[in-house]
Design a protein around this ligand. Structure first.
Ligand SMILES: *Cc1c(COP(=O)(O)O)cnc(C)c1O
Length: 380
């Protein structure tokens, strides 16, 4: 990304900027896997369901992965039948089921009760499978560990083994990591599945390995390709992956401006015109986002804080080469996934403008204003 260019040429702040070439280079990595080991790639649209992104991604993937009826509808609008739609969610509602079933081509039911309730009334004959909880944790934080104790995500592998359901379904789905940068969890999970189900896996049409792997940050894809090729050869099934963050995570930037600066308990606080409203995971998971201007050797530390009333609306402490001044522009990096989609207008602060940087040109995609805010809260 040309940081100076976006600072100089974007008149508004805060602004969420997407770099199209970076999305495409992430997709090319996935495309190579698609061709080398013939796995199918679905973009998990929940990470960033921006229409322009869906259109950009569409030619490189076999379809989209969705979590709800609205996501399925949006996916269908973009794909117009030229790609598959996979859905898994604990939240299938009876009143939405007919519409969901008509839109999606693959479903992984989240529980045996959900399967028993909806599978027999499937008007579109989508290919039906189950999400399995392989009960292998690779994460040390329960808030995003699908295999945590008392998990609500997927059929317990022991329960599935004891039931006769594996012989009825067309596919299985697993998803048990978050931002993984090596394939060890996948290899161990497949080993466990094979240990339980062995040759019965050959009765399936497909196996969906989920998302959670940052393919573009993993250098050696050979373990993945070997695993997929082996599964395909041995069991003759389609293998799917459904990355989200691996597609858009690195391609998103948040441009912000320092609007105030003062000292509190001896430390410099810089107030920004953005907040955790625009990147809620900073607060949810207490993670400090990457900042382009940060220099570990910088002599001028400052705490970057958001502009809302929440005391914990703070991005963290960063170091700079010169003292921060009011009006300085800063750019957060690696914020393409799970930021904009979770953004809100708490305290009445506007959402960021949205720009796409493509072919060396900046294009404004979207701008919100007071009318959008007003519309949300108007009741008559
Ligand atoms: C969130 C999610 C994904 C995408 O995860 P990323 O970490 O963005 O790759 C894929 N599948 C399921 C079931 C998910 O819940």
């Amino acid at each position: 990304m040309d940081f100076q260019l976006i600072k100089d040429s974007i008149p508004s702040s805060p602004a969420f900027v997407l770099h199209a070439d970076e999305i495409i280079s992430a997709l090319k990595v996935l495309n190579t896997l698609r061709h080398r080991c013939r796995c199918k790639v679905l973009y998990s649209i929940k990470s960033l369901p921006l229409y322009s992104v869906l259109e950009l991604v569409k030619p490189f993937v076999d379809g989209f992965s969705v979590s709800s009826l609205f996501e399925a509808r949006l996916a269908d609008e973009v794909l117009t039948g030229q790609g598959g739609i996979h859905l898994t969610t604990p939240g299938i509602r009876p009143d939405e089921w007919d519409d969901i079933a008509r839109l999606v081509t693959l479903i992984s039911f989240n529980s045996l009760t959900q399967y028993q309730r909806f599978a027999s009334a499937n008007p579109a004959k989508s290919s039906m499978g189950l999400r399995v909880n392989p009960k292998l944790s690779f994460l040390n934080d329960d808030r995003f560990d699908p295999c945590r104790t008392y998990s609500k995500l997927g059929v317990d592998i022991d329960e599935l083994w004891q039931s006769s359901c594996l012989h009825q379904v067309k596919g299985l789905h697993i998803h048990n990591v978050y931002s993984a940068t090596d394939f060890m969890p996948l290899i161990k999970t497949i080993e466990k599945l094979r240990g339980y189900f062995g040759k019965s896996l050959a009765q399936l049409d497909w196996l969906n390995l989920g998302g959670g792997y940052l393919f573009n940050q993993i250098n050696d894809h050979r373990p993945f390709m070997e695993l997929v090729s082996k599964l395909k050869n041995e069991f003759e099934l389609d293998i799917y992956i459904e990355p989200g963050k691996a597609v858009v995570g690195s391609a998103g930037y948040l441009l912000t401006t320092v609007i105030d600066s003062f000292v509190s308990d001896g430390k410099t606080i810089a107030i920004l015109d953005t907040s955790v409203n625009h990147n809620p995971e900073v607060f949810e998971y207490q993670r400090q986002p990457e900042l382009h201007e940060h220099d570990v050797k910088g002599n001028y530390p400052a705490i970057l804080a958001g502009c809302t009333c929440l005391a914990g609306d703070v991005f963290g402490e960063y170091r700079f080469n010169k003292p921060l001044a009011i009006g300085d522009k800063l750019v957060f990096k690696e914020v393409g996934a799970y930021s904009l989609v979770k953004a809100n207008r708490f305290n009445g602060y506007n959402l960021p403008d949205i720009y796409l940087f493509q072919d060396q040109q900046l294009k404004k995609l979207k701008q919100y204003n007071y009318q959008d805010y007003r519309q949300q809260w108007l009741t008559h």
